[in-house]
Design a protein around this ligand. Structure first.
Ligand code: SIN
Ligand code: FE2
Length: 206
């Protein structure tokens, strides 16, 4: 019993150190082909704190003019996103309990002072599929609320190798990252935190 809201499952240390190193290598290969970019908020154009890329048939992007959306191509190179690495497809098989594969894997890179405000992941058509999230590198303080803005929230510390699944009643819960704890992991040689989120975007037709 973790005390987390129903629909949220936390798997501490799901990936051991060698598996984490292999995932970092896979992410480095993705960002070589699909470089990290600084996303900007709809309308205001304010830059987000994280740098971002994607793999999969669709990637999540945002900018001032066109807002939040999924698209098959990188906004700067115009090329298709690289495929989702097999270890992440396997993770989805293992924890998502959903009969269709993920289409998008968003890669967020947090520097020492980066954070992410409370938000819902709601740009997908298919809310019956969970969001599966992997933490690599420095610890963070992850905040989780309910499905309405302004309700009570609680915080948990996520560590390198942890997986968290937001599904069921918690699929549309508000969540965000309050802070990074610099220097808490040796996984990334220049520090920081990588978060990977796997999502099913289009309706799986069920
Ligand atoms: C996100 O909600 O897109 C990122 C969550 C995280 O970094 O753990
Ligand atoms: Fe999110």
């Amino acid at each position: 019993m973790t005390g987390l809201p129903e629909g949220i499952v936390h798997y501490p240390d799901h990936f051991d150190r060698p598996a984490q190193e292999a995932l970092v290598e896979a992410v480095r290969n993705v960002v070589r082909a699909a470089p990290l970019f600084v996303p900007t908020m709809p309308r205001t154009g304010k830059p987000m704190h994280v740098r971002m890329s994607n793999c999969g048939s669709l990637g999540w992007v945002t900018d001032k003019d066109n807002g939040y959306r999924y698209q098959p191509t990188h906004p700067q190179t115009g090329r298709n996103w690289p495929p989702i690495p097999p270890a992440l497809l396997q993770l989805w098989e293992d924890v998502a309990s959903f009969g269709a594969p993920p289409e998008a894997c968003l890669i967020n890179f947090y520097g020492d002072t980066a954070k992410m405000g409370l938000h819902q992941d709601r740009d997908e058509e298919e809310f019956s599929a969970p969001v599966v999230s992997v933490s690599l590198g420095d610890d963070c303080l992850f905040r989780i609320g309910g499905t309405t803005r302004g309700g009570p929230t609680r915080s948990i510390r996520l560590r390198s190798g942890d997986v968290i699944v937001l599904g069921g009643a918690a699929r549309l819960c508000f969540h965000g990252v309050d802070r990074i704890y610099p220097g808490t992991s040796t996984l990334l040689k220049d520090g920081g935190r990588i978060n990977l989120t796997l999502r099913r975007v289009s309706s799986a037709g069920k």
